[in-house]
Design a protein around this ligand. Sequence first.
Ligand code: NAD
Length: 363
Amino acid sequence: MDVINRNFKEESDMVKPLKLGIIGAGNISKSHLEAARRTGAAVPVAICDPLLDRANQRQNEYGIQEVYADYHDMLAKSDIEAVVVCPPNHLHHVVTIDALRAGKHVLCEKPMSFRADWAQSMVDEAKKSGKILQVGMVSRYQPTVQWLRRQVAEGSLGWVYFARAQYVRRSGIPGWGSWFTRKDMAGGGPLIDIGVHRLDLAWYLMGCPKPVSVFGVTFAALGPSKQGLGTWGTPEWDGYYDVEDFSAALIKFADGSAISLEAVWAGYTDPSSALHLIGNKQGAQLIDDKVKIMTQVDKHDMDTMVSMPKNSLESGFSGQMMAFRNAVRGEAPCPAPGEQGLEVTKMLAGIYESAQKGASVAL
Ligand SMILES: NC(=O)c1ccc[n+]([C@@H]2O[C@H](COP(=O)([O-])OP(=O)(O)OC[C@H]3O[C@@H](n4cnc5c(N)ncnc54)[C@H](O)[C@@H]3O)[C@@H](O)[C@H]2O)c1
């Protein structure tokens, strides 16, 4: 083989897209399919959904070859090497475990699970299978987040002893009455749906310290009477609502640091996606595509705004898909491994347990 052909071969191996299957053809499948198309990191070969109309619609939109109603058939028959798991939350663990057992790498949507024992079984199966289990913590891939993570790791903020993390909507209850608002299928309300993103982000930016205890409170002030509704998901008016609409928690870590978290679908308050890191050298705040760094110079407060390439839903999902491909190909470590998803699951489950008991819970 001459040099040019060899280089071409090496390059084509390096960029070889994943042969991908999608499990669950609902709303979020579109974000993954768009990311595959934008980045070329994966080629969607198969899709499945018990609601075949949905799978057929995605097939037409993205030129997917194979459509299945049952994911077991897809795992058994299709030549895919990896899957994105995006059915409702209560199925994440069983579908992930089946996919790993079938020899597929898995990118599992958030929340990884809402039960720590289920999340643990996913991690165990991934270890046994030797396949990648990546958790869909899509916020990690934003340029601001990657930059700030490096600042923290290099010590510019000093010891980050506190983070304030909020994901607060004024009126944003998704799909009233559908699986989103049913405890048995979703596992909970805003804490498990959107709080998971903010908690994971704060924890990741702090360097993933070991959680030791949580204290949480939850409320269902508006959701049960169909107030505070948002636009995501499809309401099912003959369904029901038995999850919280407002949650708050304090999580303590083994190194003495803590995160204060608010996750709210609906409440009479301003929306917020604030994320503050407070270190003993500097503080930092994520504001859309900027990071504000706060410190003191000559006893004067000084704030510096650092601008980054624009954050977007697209950049998050693209970064995630490329990272998944790179991890599967062995080119880079998995940036959101199942083990970290398990720790986040323990924190979330602990917050619900604490809210129910009215006391803090050791993790
Ligand atoms: N990363 C994010 O920011 C983000 C945003 C929205 C949703 N999500 C997550 O994605 C998942 C799906 O959310 P969605 O908004 O797409 O919901 P959705 O209700 O629109 O879609 C879920 C789909 O899964 C299908 N399904 C049910 N049982 C299945 C099975 N056994 N096999 C295959 N498919 C099955 C349903 O028929 C439905 O089409 C949830 O876990 C949710 O938390 C993540």
